[in-house]
Write a protein that binds this ligand. Structure first.
Ligand code: AMP
Ligand code: MG
Length: 372
């Protein structure tokens, strides 16, 4: 199971979220980022495997929603945590200021086309929650032409209820909505804005509009607090993630994604006994059609895999030992040098050494064969 360092950040509608007391600089049980790296890459590897099953099973869709103040790290979290996922099952949607077509409809209209099919994951980089954040802070509904009956109603108050119902509808019809609020402090936002101004490659991320929005900080904090308290439910929880340390926010989000997928617990689809029997027959034909004996494929060497997964494999001791062992067994049964290397704790360096030793042993074997 994912380490439950996320329990304290989870809101399901029972305990009230109070933004004033929240420690945005929290780093949990870790003293620094180096300590957290190992778990982070482990989580990515496990997320990757679970996503493959989720996609194959085609049972549930998942939406991960990210909301935050500017420069809280949404883009970086999404880039790092989801980068080992297979693109066929995941898509990110970045919701900006609604277009004129979008704002000529109800505020939930533009999200329908972004719903994940069963087995897929949609990442919402901002969402309909903007309509109770920026929409609440600036009373944007006042710019719209509204029917008389709406003018008298509590438009924002109604939206919380509409969103709860909308998400319940999604849950009841096969789609989970997991909501993540990256909570950054005002000081840390200032540091990140300065860095965006000072660093050329980050310039594109800052605008004077961002700095104007910062003046409404307190109103935003109230809006975030109310949003979490009004729309957290047991099946569609909010996670409020401390975001002053990017590495800790990324680790925490990896834990949330992992735990969500573990809860879904997707399984490889099984084929019927009849079908299995039929393909077994076919297997015989296929094997007979080959020029030589069928040799099962050697496990893929890490260099050919996704870099994120390779990183995960480097630290995944068990996984690494298995790879090393499989390669060694299949390719090098009886090669003394390899056996000796396998006695040592496998590391990435020794994996290279093992591959080299296999190649060397093979050369020697060919030489030996040629001589005799
Ligand atoms: P960014 O994600 O930094 O590229 O900025 C996107 C901008 O779009 C943010 O300033 C959001 O507040 C704004 N935005 C997103 N959704 C809405 C919405 N429904 N109404 C008004 N502004 C929105
Ligand atoms: Mg921005």
């Amino acid at each position: 199971m994912a380490k439950d360092g996320i329990k304290a950040y989870k809101y399901v509608g029972k305990d009230k979220f109070k933004i004033a007391g929240f420690d945005t600089g929290d780093t949990g049980e870790f003293a620094d980022r180096a300590e957290a790296l190992d778990e982070f890459v482990h989580n990515l590897l496990r997320i990757n495997k679970l996503q493959q099953k989720l996609y194959a099973e085609r049972k549930e869709g998942v939406i991960f929603i990210f909301q935050a103040m500017d420069a809280a790290g949404k883009d970086g979290v999404i880039r790092t945590v989801f980068n080992t996922l297979s693109p066929h099952g995941v898509r990110e949607y970045c919701f900006k200021v609604p277009s004129s077509e979008e704002s000529s409809h109800d505020y939930l209209w533009r999200f329908w086309s972004a719903m994940p099919a069963r087995g897929n994951i949609s990442i919402f980089n901002r969402s309909y929650y903007e309509d109770v954040l920026v929409g609440r802070v600036h009373k944007l509904y006042k710019n719209q032409i509204l029917p008389e009956r709406m003018k008298k109603s509590d438009i924002i108050g109604q939206r919380y209820e509409q969103i709860r119902n909308f998400e319940k509808y999604l849950y009841d019809t096969g789609t989970r909505v997991i909501k993540i609020f990256l909570n950054v402090s005002k000081d840390e936002q200032a540091r990140r804005f300065i860095s965006r101004i000072d660093t050329e490659r980050k310039n594109w991320k800052i605008s004077s509009g961002d700095i104007k929005e910062r003046q409404f900080w307190d109103d935003y904090m109230e809006a975030f607090e109310t949003m979490v308290n009004e729309t957290s439910t047991s099946v569609n929880p909010w996670y409020v993630v401390p975001a002053d340390h990017k590495w800790y926010a990324r680790l925490t989000v990896s834990r949330i994604v992992l735990q969500t997928l573990e809860e879904i617990d997707p399984q490889w689809p099984v084929i019927s006994d009849d079908e299995l029997e039929a393909v077994q027959e076919y297997r015989k034909e296929l094997a007979a059609s080959l020029p030589g004996e069928y040799i099962p494929p050697v496990p893929q060497l890490p260099e050919f895999a996704n870099p994120g997964i390779v990183a995960a494999q480097i630290v995944e001791n068990e996984e690494r030992a298995k790879i090393v062992e499989k390669i060694a067994r299949r390719k090098a049964r009886g090669f003394k040098a390899v056996e000796e290397l396998l006695e040592t704790t496998p590391t990435l360096a020794s994996l290279d050494a093992i591959i080299e030793a296999i190649a060397e042993a093979k050369d020697q074997e060919t030489e030996f064969e040629e001589e005799t």
